[in-house]
Design a binder for this molecule. Structure first.
Ligand code: GLA
Length: 389
């Protein structure tokens, strides 16, 4: 996709409908869309029962679908080299070759445990969330599948339960021990708003994003490697500290308790926990600042978040750090910038006053490739509605 073109969801829907007719020689019964997301602040907190502040974005996955009378699922994946995958709901197994199909399989395996009445379907999938960039292409895929089956079979499934099924697919089938943030915001995001989600009890609060702010996302285009294993290791480290304190999750540990135990903890575990505990406080403070339109506080929280993810959690790359520094040099306290998502490559997110967008674009376009040898991709986003909202 060309730099900074805002994709039109209705166009994706028309294409899905047309492709469905070509592939299956019949009309689709439902067309569903689930968005990707950008996390404004609160990374690596969700699986610690903590706080996150994501927004659903206008990049996502669209599915055209029809029911089948048998138990077969036939999927045409337009953006995965136009591959076709076919399997039976009675015999779901991991596919080492067509990796994308595991998201369909894992999601449906989780769904039929809860809704055994579900039968097969014909599906056409189109997505434009950049893959492996930290914008939740996989969660948007899972939630789009769940929304399609919910409509096809009139299931009694709400957004929170759909998110839990999507997470189950990742944890139990795909092999990534992710938290709940990505699936929940894809299902329950609110147009024009970010969502403060409490990952302990799954309660959430929507906070309007001021009209004069643009969600400015830059993909560092660093290829991410071994992400699942590095991610799972971070989670194990957090759990080890929770175990040390004999609590269910790091959410229950205060910074004072952590500091008091510094000498007893391995230095790396201490740093991981310090990130999580401080990041929770920053996410909550950012929600308040967003409501008060207090950009200086947001700016500081995002800056500290990035530093903490870089130095304590160690999930940034030099390219992401470079992007953050160059954008920060333009924004100062008029906006905020940090890495977003799981890390190890992928995107940075900036909250940019719309009047400064051109200036920020100019600095990224003139410096990033020169300094890091990779062309950046810029996405100017708006906060959109989740699939189940
Ligand atoms: C990935 C995971 C989420 C969350 C983020 C980091 O996106 O899927 O559950 O842990 O990383 O905040």
């Amino acid at each position: 996709m060309p730099n900074d073109v805002t994709p039109q969801i209705p166009e994706q829907q028309v294409l899905a409908e047309q492709l469905f007719e070509q592939q299956f020689k019949l009309s689709a019964e439902v067309i569903c869309h689930a968005p990707g997301r950008v996390n404004l602040i609160g990374d690596h907190t969700d699986y610690n029962d903590g706080f996150v502040l994501p927004a659903a974005i206008n990049y996502g996955t669209t599915i055209a679908a029809s029911v089948r009378v048998d138990n077969l699922v036939k999927v045409y994946a337009h953006d995965c080299e136009q591959q076709i995958n076919e399997f039976s709901l009675n015999d779901i197994s991991f596919d080492e070759e067509m990796m994308w199909s595991n998201y369909v399989k894992g999601t449906l395996q989780a769904l039929i445990k809860r809704h055994p009445e579900v039968k097969g379907a014909n599906l056409v999938v189109i997505g434009n969330v950049p893959q492996g960039a930290g914008l939740s292409s996989s969660a948007s895929f899972e939630i789009a599948i769940l929304k399609a089956f919910t409509e096809l079979y009139q299931l009694d499934l709400d957004g929170v339960n759909a998110a839990l099924l999507g997470q189950q697919a990742e944890n139990d089938f795909v092999g990534c021990n992710c938290g709940i943030m990505d699936q929940l915001i894809s299902a329950m995001g609110q147009k024009g708003h970010a969502m403060l989600l409490d990952c302990k009890d799954l309660s959430f609060e929507d906070a309007p994003i001021p009209d004069d702010l643009t969600l400015f996302i830059v993909n560092s285009n660093v290829r991410r490697g071994l992400v699942a294993s590095a991610y799972n290791l971070r989670r194990e480290q957090c759990e080890a500290v929770a175990k040390y304190f004999e609590v269910s999750a790091l959410r229950e540990v205060t910074i004072a308790q952590l500091n008091a135990a510094k000498e007893q903890l391995e230095p790396v575990l201490f740093k991981r926990a310090r990130h999580v505990i401080s990041e929770n406080a920053r996410a909550v403070a950012t929600l308040k600042a967003l409501k008060n339109n207090d950009m200086a506080t947001i700016s500081m929280a995002m800056k500290e978040s990035h530093i903490s993810l870089r130095d304590d959690f160690e999930v940034t790359t030099k390219e992401m750090d470079g992007l953050v520094d160059m954008i920060d040099s333009v924004l100062g306290t008029d906006g905020g910038v940090r890495m977003t998502g799981g890390g190890f490559g992928g995107c940075v997110v900036a909250l940019v006053p719309t009047a400064m967008v051109e200036q920020v674009k100019a600095v990224v376009n003139s410096r990033y490739e020169k300094e890091f040898g990779l062309a950046p991709s810029i996405y100017l986003c708006i906060a959109t509605q989740g699939a189940f909202r």
